[in-house]
Ligand binder design. Structure first.
Ligand SMILES: Cc1ncc(C[n+]2csc(CCOP(=O)(O)OP(=O)(O)O)c2C)c(N)n1
Ligand SMILES: [Mg+2]
Length: 585
């Protein structure tokens, strides 16, 4: 190497920032800390390459980075401080793990010479994140920054993608090192074994009731289009696993719905009857398997399991055929294969489609707001490239059941059911795609976990729409409570602020919706405002799910011994909700 090419000494903080640039990182989501001032300064130097997004809460920062990972297939990067910052961030690592999302979390660390004194904010991140992250490392020597950052990115995207935590010790960031930057490794994704597709087609030719289940992460638009073409060419019904709407066009005649938590009983019954499950990219985990009840572990229903990591294949269910393969490559190869000559299952595909259509038809509901009708009216006016994000809670079952995520749209949700995900992920998505409409679904419970993160949207001039479903309770838990302890309302009622005023206090647009026909005009006004907007939808608390009222749950309850004698004052009816704020603004 001649002297001109020899790398010049750079401080660790700058080397870290340059390592991120070398990996193609475009955004970092951070809450600052004195533990990584040098990295912050390094990011200042590369500000033309990387947008530093200043967040209000570390959980928010990591959820934004996770949304970036879901949308791009490349690791989202969050940066937090040691101790308290890392603790706040941990929920996002858990989301990325269960969602198989590539993520790199950088954590400022105490000076290495103080290790094991329990110095200020000291935590051993290898221990703390051991069961939460895919890999945890600590950089104590600035010379190893390019190597360890490059490896962190490779691990995050490899096989089953996931979160990697990198602790960066404080004085290391100040040390000078003369080492070259390292870019992403050029790795061809694993292709299916040569006999995989012929064997799958053979199994398909023998099947009568095949069902495709799509899931997982890092699907490209090309991969999604290819799996759609494969399904269409073979007349296959397709469902998606929990919170993976967006992998298949919800309006498509082959779409059979979502096989997740709270799946339609009609779909579950039909899926139970399938004689060949073609699971592509999804783990066969608790949500898809309906709490490990849908399928027989010994393999009574043959399963073809296509997954990028062999360790996941056969983990719970023994497949008839496991294929270790990248999902997009699989889809392209499957599409290229000659379709089966006949599909005797066309009636079966139609039955599944009919079940999905019946499920999505809006029923009558008591009261002035029919949420099903209102959401379908909203769907009709949303742009074809809308990005939806969702928090966790019963409200989420309304859009899942009654709306259709079509091709070109995206749907981001936490498969680990993390409340507090919806608002930050919407902000992350809006920062990444400022030109697209981003709609967040969130409950009154989840909103007050991370809703303050909306400040970040204002700070970075993006304008997501928040649809807040206010039923004045932790409705999901109330539902479970009523099934087991009818009438004994314990710890699930909430007192709320005026949510519309909340967003107005930031300079945003607030609306309150109480009637079916108010939602679309409220959305249009929000759209016209050009500002971050919150539409508080005041739902009927009695309608605790889209299938049952509290009274119905009480009737069907299988009370525990404790609940045999319900509290008389509470058992008779749902407490009247306390409302705040004007009706419309
Ligand atoms: C971080 C976190 N805390 C607690 C829970 C348990 N939990 C699941 S749903 C739920 C209630 C959600 O309430 P809300 O956001 O108002 O939605 P709703 O169910 O009322 O529609 C709770 C407390 C969780 N999943 N995640
Ligand atoms: Mg609620």
């Amino acid at each position: 190497m001649n002297d001109a090419k020899r790398p010049q000494p750079r401080p660790g903080g700058k080397l870290l920032a340059d390592a991120l640039v070398a990996q193609g990182v475009t955004h970092c989501f951070a809450v600052p800390g004195e533990s990584y001032l040098d990295l912050l300064d390094g990011l200042y130097a590369v500000r033309n390459h990387i947008q530093l997004v200043t967040c209000r809460f570390e959980a928010g920062a990591v959820h934004m980075a996770e949304a970036y990972g879901k949308l791009t297939g490349r690791p989202g990067v969050a940066i937090v401080t040691r101790g308290p910052g890392a603790c706040h961030a941990s929920i996002g690592v858990h989301v990325a793990m269960q969602d198989s999302t590539p993520l790199v979390l950088l954590v400022g660390q105490i000076p290495v010479q103080e290790t094991d004194r329990e110095s200020f904010q000291e935590v051993d991140y290898r221990k703390m994140f051991a069961p939460l992250a895919k890999w945890v490392t600590q950089i104590d020597d600035a010379r190893r920054i390019p190597e360890l950052i490059a490896h962190a990115f490779d691990v995050a995207v490899s096989g089953r993608p996931g979160p990697v935590v990198v602790a960066i010790s404080e004085e290391m960031q100040k040390t000078l090192a003369a080492v070259p930057d390292l870019g992403p490794t050029n790795i061809l994704p694993p292709h299916p074994a040569p006999d995989a597709i012929p064997r799958i087609m053979e199994m398909l030719a023998r099947a009568e009731r095949p069902l495709v289940v799509l899931g997982g992460s890092r699907w490209t638009a090309e991969g999604r289009a290819a799996i759609r073409d494969f399904a269409v060419a073979n007349g296959l019904p397709v469902c998606v696993s929990f919170r993976r709407q967006g992998l298949f066009d919800g309006t498509h005649p082959n779409f059979a719905g979502d096989l997740g938590v709270g799946a339609d009983a009609g779909l579950v019954a039909l899926a139970r009857d399938s004689d060949l499950i073609l699971a592509v990219g999804t783990r066969l985990g608790e949500p898809v398997s309906q709490g490990y009840t849908l399928l027989d572990m010994a393999g009574a229903t043959p399963i073809v399991h296509v997954f990028a990591d062999q360790a996941e294949i056969g983990r719970v269910y023994r497949p008839a055929l496991g294929v270790v393969c990248d999902v997009n490559t699989f889809a392209l190869v499957a599409k290229a294969a000659p379709p089966v000559a006949e599909h005797p299952w066309s009636g079966w595909t139609q039955d599944l489609r009919a079940a999905r259509l019946a499920q999505a038809a809006a029923p009558e509901y008591e009261g002035p707001l029919n949420l099903a009708v209102a959401l379908q009216a909203l769907e009709a006016v949303l742009p074809p490239d809308t990005i939806f994000t969702t928090d966790a809670g019963n409200f989420a079952t309304w859009p899942t059941r009654f709306m259709h995520v079509s091709e070109g749209q995206e749907f981001l949700g936490p498969t680990n059911g993390a409340m507090g995900y919806g608002v930050p992920s919407a902000i992350g998505a809006a920062i990444l795609h400022p030109g697209r409409t981003v709609v967040c679904f969130v409950g009154d419970g989840g909103f007050l976990m991370t809703g303050q993160e909306i400040a970040t949207a204002f700070h970075h001039s993006v304008a997501p729409f928040i649809l807040l479903f206010n039923n004045q309770m932790y409705g999901t838990i109330r539902m479970y409570q009523e099934r087991t302890f009818p009438g004994r309302v314990s710890g699930t009622a909430l007192t709320n602020p005026d949510f519309a005023k909340f967003i107005e206090s930031f300079g945003g647009h607030g609306e309150i919706v109480e009637r079916t026909d108010e939602l679309v005009p409220a959305f249009r006004r929000a759209q016209a405002s050009g500002r971050p907007a919150l539409i508080e939808v005041r739902t009927n608390p009695e309608q605790v799910t889209n299938r049952a009222t509290i009274a119905q749950l009480r009737q069907q309850a299988k009370p525990s011994a404790e609940a045999a004698e319900p509290n008389a004052s509470q058992a008779s009816r749902t407490p009247a909700p306390r409302r705040t704020g004007p009706r419309i603004r």
